[in-house]
Design a protein around this ligand. Structure first.
Ligand code: NAD
Length: 281
């Protein structure tokens, strides 16, 4: 059994990315800068935003959080984003999700200049990804692939099953797996017999947002299982979409929650920010 821990790879990435930032600063006189727009004060969003800021700082990346009130008007949000779009010192923009319920999320995310869209939500980025053109790769799927590569598990030739079809995880995950020559089954909330699909997979990636959805019966023996789900119980306990104890006895490899996919996502945000800075030199 292999536990696909992010930590050793994160340590490696910290060194590589810090060096890249140093090079940008010394040779190109360019300090990469990430701006995060935080609407309201959702406690989880505040924690995530702070974590991004801390990681950016530790790598030498400049970071700014623009905090808007709980109920800003669309005009106020649009103006904020447009200011960041035209600010030459800002290379990367991220809108912390979730936005307040009444907000037209799609509209807001599409206001970001695609060249600064490090979360890769803009239709231009989505189109480029599906065509295999250079683009920002969405952070969570990109992080999952880097983790798999690090542990020498290559998707090519494998039957991969992705559970979930969100724009941020499920869909781009399937795209990236196809690009790496996996054969992909994509499941979602209207998939009739989930177990019949997941139990065929050599590589099972679960991003349904349902705690404990995947049991040992859903998993093929010796499969590689990646758990994207995050469920907080109380202040300390975090679990995923996969029943870790039973599935880890059957799988060949599994990502723990916490300590698997989550830390990779933030590192890929830093990587995309540096990539964005390179576009602006
Ligand atoms: P989402 O709610 O936008 O999408 C969930 C997807 O799961 C949908 O496409 C839906 O069709 C599918 N689904 C729901 N019920 C299902 C079922 N019974 N069977 C099969 N498919 C089903 O969520 P998301 O943004 O993609 O996030 C998914 C999970 O991953 C959440 O728990 C989220 O917190 C977590 N997440 C973690 C990271 C990380 O860095 N670790 C990043 C993003 C999201």
């Amino acid at each position: 059994m292999h536990f696909l821990l992010a930590k050793p790879l994160v340590e490696e990435l910290k060194k590589t990315l810090s060096k890249e930032v140093e090079t940008l600063k010394s040779i190109h006189k360019k300090t990469p800068k990430l701006a995060v727009v935080l609407v309201g004060n959702n406690p989880a969003s505040v924690i995530y935003t702070n974590k991004k800021g801390e990681m950016a700082k530790s790598l030498g990346i400049e970071h700014e959080t623009v905090v808007l009130s709980e109920n800003p008007s669309p005009k106020e949000v649009k103006n904020t984003i447009q200011k960041l779009n035209i600010d030459n010192s800002v290379d990367a923009i991220l809108i912390q999700r979730p936005l307040p319920r009444h907000f037209p999320e799609e509209d807001v995310l599409y206001w970001i200049d695609p060249r600064k869209d490090v979360d890769a939500f803009h239709p231009e980025q989505v189109g480029r990804l599906s065509l295999g053109l250079p683009c920002f790769k969405p952070c969570t799927p990109q992080g999952i692939l880097e983790l798999l590569h690090y542990y020498q598990f290559q998707p090519a030739y494998k039957l991969a099953c992705v559970v979930g079809r969100s724009s941020i995880v499920g869909k781009p995950m399937a795209q990236l797996l196809l690009q790496e020559n996996a054969t992909v089954i994509q499941c979602h909330s209207k998939t009739l017999n989930l177990e019949a699909m997941t139990s065929q997979a050599d590589l099972l990636i679960v991003a349904a947002g349902l705690k404990g959805l995947i049991t040992a019966d859903h998993v093929k023996k010796d499969a590689i299982v990646v758990d994207v789900g995050i469920h907080r119980e109380g202040k300390r306990k975090i679990s995923g979409d996969v029943c870790f104890d039973e599935v880890s006895k059957k799988a060949l490899a599994i990502t723990p929650v916490p300590g698997g996919v989550g830390p990779m996502t933030i590192m890929m945000l830093m990587k995309n920010t540096i990539q964005a800075a390179k576009l602006h030199i």
